[in-house]
Design a protein around this ligand. Structure first.
Ligand code: F6R
Length: 336
């Protein structure tokens, strides 16, 4: 898992190549909406796409994390079905609905029923490499696979310069997070979190999706409950909960980046102070790079490595996700 987390740059490049390699993508003319359907680690790719490109997309992009395709999806909608395994019930249900309604579909997967059904119905597939230790560890493939395809369709601006910068930033960071490295910031963060409950904050947009990713990585790799919220929204509710003494046993990790809206950036110091006064310990983490892609993925890598080191500190193998496997077995039956 750690090797995969630290190998994110290579994964992004491979995912992008897979996305760009797809021919006969749906026609993008008169498109009215985009829906990215996917659960867990595969749905995160949709969250990231929306946060990264919402200011530059000509049509609305919705992320669907359940079995129901929104009513607005029809012949003028692009539906991206994202499932690393290709066997996730909710994503397959959306695929079926999109297929029935004549939506323009692109599948992003490494195999399973999604690839099979896509092949049968002539739906283009971004064929991702298999072998990642779980879909959450395939974010580089999933995000850049989808991104390569939507770039080819002309829906997002050229990606290659940002991808190049992202690769450089991630490779440098991976060196610092190597297990043998002294002063490793991820090991330090893991030791600092320890047995406390982590609440991760980020500014609406890429900060917020990075915070959600930290939360799920802490859940799945470190095997702990963790929570994420977004500024400015949390200043309108959560902040009241940080009342005197309530923060004891909590840590707040604030994920910051240089592209935050100035009105949102202004809120961090005072919000952090309120959490500290309630007894929580806090730390600020700053994203690296100039592009939004580099910034969000540098936060992702640091969070991933922190979660893996914390899992190991707590005596767990970070990779298995027994609770998810158990739920899938009980609720869905075996993957097709
Ligand atoms: C497991 C993980 C899960 C899966 C989810 C959907 O590592 O992160 O959240 O991503 O259960 O499965 P896929 O991604 O195969 O559609």
């Amino acid at each position: 898992m750690l090797r995969t987390v630290l190998g994110l740059a290579a994964q992004c490049r491979e995912g992008y190549a897979a996305g760009r390699a797809v021919h006969e993508l749906p026609d993008a003319s008169s498109l009215s909406s985009v829906a990215v359907c996917g659960m867990g680690g595969s749905g995160v790719a949709g969250d990231f796409l929306r946060a990264l490109y919402r200011d530059r997309l000509a049509v609305p992009l919705d992320v669907v994390k359940g079995p129901e395709l929104p009513e607005f999806c029809g012949r003028d909608s692009l539906v991206v079905c994202s499932s690393y395994s290709g066997g996730t019930a909710e994503t397959l249900a959306c695929f079926e609905a999109a297929s029935e309604r004549g939506c323009r579909i692109v599948s992003v997967t490494s195999g399973g029923a999604l690839r099979e059904r896509s092949g049968e119905r002539g739906v283009p597939v971004v064929q991702l490499p298999g072998g990642a230790p779980g879909p959450r560890a395939a974010l580089g493939y999933l995000l850049f696979g989808a991104l390569g395809a939507v770039e080819s369709m002309g829906l997002v601006p050229a990606v290659s310069a940002d991808l190049e910068e992202t690769g450089r930033v991630l490779d440098d960071l991976a060196g610092e997070l190597d297990p043998a490295k002294r002063g490793n910031p991820a090991k330090d963060l893991a030791a600092w979190i320890g047995e406390r409950v982590a609440v991760v904050w980020g500014a609406d947009g890429i900060g917020s999706v990075a915070a959600s990713r930290w939360k799920t990585e802490l859940n799945e790799n470190a095997k702990i409950p963790a929570f994420a919220s977004s500024l400015p929204e949390l200043d309108h509710n959560e902040v009241v909960g940080w009342s005197e003494g309530a923060g004891k046993g909590f840590v707040v990790v604030a994920l910051r980046h240089d592209g935050e809206h100035p009105e949102v950036a202004k809120r961090f110091p005072v919000s952090i102070l309120i959490a500290e006064e309630s007894g929580a310990e806090t730390r600020e983490i700053r994203a690296r790079g100039q592009s939004s892609l580099a910034r969000v993925l540098s936060l992702v890598m640091l969070g991933g490595a922190t979660s893996v080191y914390l899992g190991m500190l707590r005596g767990f193998d970070p990779t298995p996700i027994e609770a998810i496997d158990r739920l899938k077995a009980v609720l869905e039956g075996p993957d097709e």
